[in-house]
Design a protein around this ligand. Structure first.
Ligand SMILES: C[S@@+](CC[C@H](N)C(=O)[O-])C[C@H]1O[C@@H](n2cnc3c(N)ncnc32)[C@H](O)[C@@H]1O
Length: 414
């Protein structure tokens, strides 16, 4: 006779007694989900792994330090039997059956009355995968299916729009420095669910090519602004599309709040009464040096790093940067938008006392196929940038961290 399939169900265990017998690797793997479910966990085991012990120390479960004894399963709603003693497991399993307690057994799935599915989570949904019956049990296969579904939902390759909870509005998504793999999973999912994407020139533009044909992709730089400022025109475009009931993603390079004017857009949307969510991104200020082999801090070399915008020259009255103070810092200086003004910046730092020999690296188009790194010193950086024809976008790193690891980054010409 064909075996009946297992019946899938979600147990709501908040405050309900769950008994766990054994505190080895199996219990260690299963306990976090039981804790997350709010179960009232009673662990019975003479010894435990350090991780399980830490859960007991943190008050996440009650631990009785002895082997299983008959009666341990009384009043339990659910049990996990995972000791290394098969006899004790069988006795506990019989007790569970007698008390009608659903029980999972680590040593004998056939004898168990319940199975633990391979589970994963993605944005308010639990994906749980079970094999249909004992004959077909293949835990690696179920785990692989779980991984494929969860990964697909997270990175947007498996599109499952939220029909009930998806509300029109704007998501300000930090896209990271350019490599399409360096966007967050949340950002990628929102992108996959968007009706309209308003994108900057910087960031993971390759991802735009993957969007389904119905998605309207707008280049922020090409929005006509007539009597408005360019930023106002972008704000208006966001508001207009959101008011049409669309899910709008504003895709930005790096992090929306690092020289990204993110807060201006958040404020404009708030004034217009439009819901907005902000998704952080990996800023180029740290990731681009890293991609070129430069750590912004390094033990014994630099204990601080300062990120500065170089788009306004140090002697310009609009500058808000205290360059004289920066010249006195021992740590790393990371300059964004500084290619055009690097001559004036280097001169000001040297005039403020920074050594002319301070190592400098300029990393252009970091994390993309066109990445290249040019090394110099504070004294030579301006002429090097000109001679090497370095163009924005580039991150300039000033400080001893530049020499921690010799240039190992791929160059555009290679
Ligand atoms: C307007 S700022 C935006 C910064 C962005 N919000 C971030 O967090 O990375 C633009 C500057 O970021 C730097 N930048 C951004 N992406 C870069 C990349 N892939 N390679 C080098 N520099 C980059 C350059 O200095 C560029 O001029």
């Amino acid at each position: 006779m064909a075996e009946n399939p297992a019946y899938p169900v979600g147990l709501r265990l908040t405050g309900r007694r769950v008994v766990v017998l054994g505190a080895g690797q199996v219990a260690q793997r299963r306990l976090p989900a039981l804790i997350a479910a709010g179960a009232d966990i009673h662990l019975v085991s003479p010894a435990a792994t350090p991780s399980v012990e830490a859960m007991a120390d943190a008050g996440e479960l009650t631990w009785t330090r002895r082997p299983y004894e008959p009666g341990d399963l009384a009043d339990a709603w659910y049990a996990l039997i995972a000791t290394s003693d098969t006899g004790a497991n069988a006795a506990a399993s019989a007790e569970a059956e007698a008390h009608r307690v659903w029980c999972v057994r680590s040593d004998d799935a056939d004898a168990a009355t319940a199975w633990t599915p391979a589970t994963g989570h993605s944005e308010g949904v639990t994906v749980a995968v079970l094999t249909t019956n004992a004959k077909g049990r293949d835990p690696r296969h179920t785990a692989a299916i779980r991984d494929a579904v969860v990964e697909g939902l997270r990175d947007g390759t498996l599109v499952a729009p939220h029909h009930r909870t998806r509300t029109p509005g704007v998501a300000l998504v930090g896209g990271g420095p350019g490599d399409p793999d360096l966007i967050t999973v949340r950002g990628r999912r929102l992108l996959a669910e968007a009706d309209v994407v308003i994108a900057d020139r910087l960031g993971p533009r390759d991802l735009l090519a993957e969007l389904p044909p119905h998605v309207e992709v707008i280049d922020a730089a090409k929005i006509p602004y007539g009597r408005f400022m360019a930023q106002e025109a972008i704000n208006n475009a966001l508001i207009e599309h959101a008011r049409q009931g669309k899910a709008v993603v504003r895709l930005k390079g790096g992090d929306p709040y690092v020289y990204g004017r993110g807060m201006e857009e958040v404020q404009a949307l708030a004034e217009a009464g439009i819901a907005c969510t902000v998704v952080p991104g990996i800023s180029s200020s740290i990731s681009v040096p890293g991609a070129a082999g430069i750590p912004v801090t390094h033990r014994g070399v630099a204990h601080d790093f300062t990120v500065v915008s170089g788009h306004i020259a140090p002697d310009d009255e609009r500058s808000l940067v205290d360059w004289a103070a920066l010249a006195k810092l021992r740590g790393t200086l990371v300059i964004l938008m500084g290619v055009d003004k690097i001559g004036a910046i280097a001169r000001t730092l040297m005039a403020g006392g920074k050594s002319a020999d301070t190592p400098v690296a300029v990393v252009q188009e970091g994390t993309t196929a066109a990445q290249r790194r040019v090394d110099a010193t504070l004294a030579t950086v301006a002429e090097t940038v000109l001679a090497e024809n370095v163009k924005p976008p580039a991150v300039i790193v000033i400080g001893e961290v530049v020499t921690v690891c010799p240039d190992s980054s791929p160059r555009a010409s290679e």
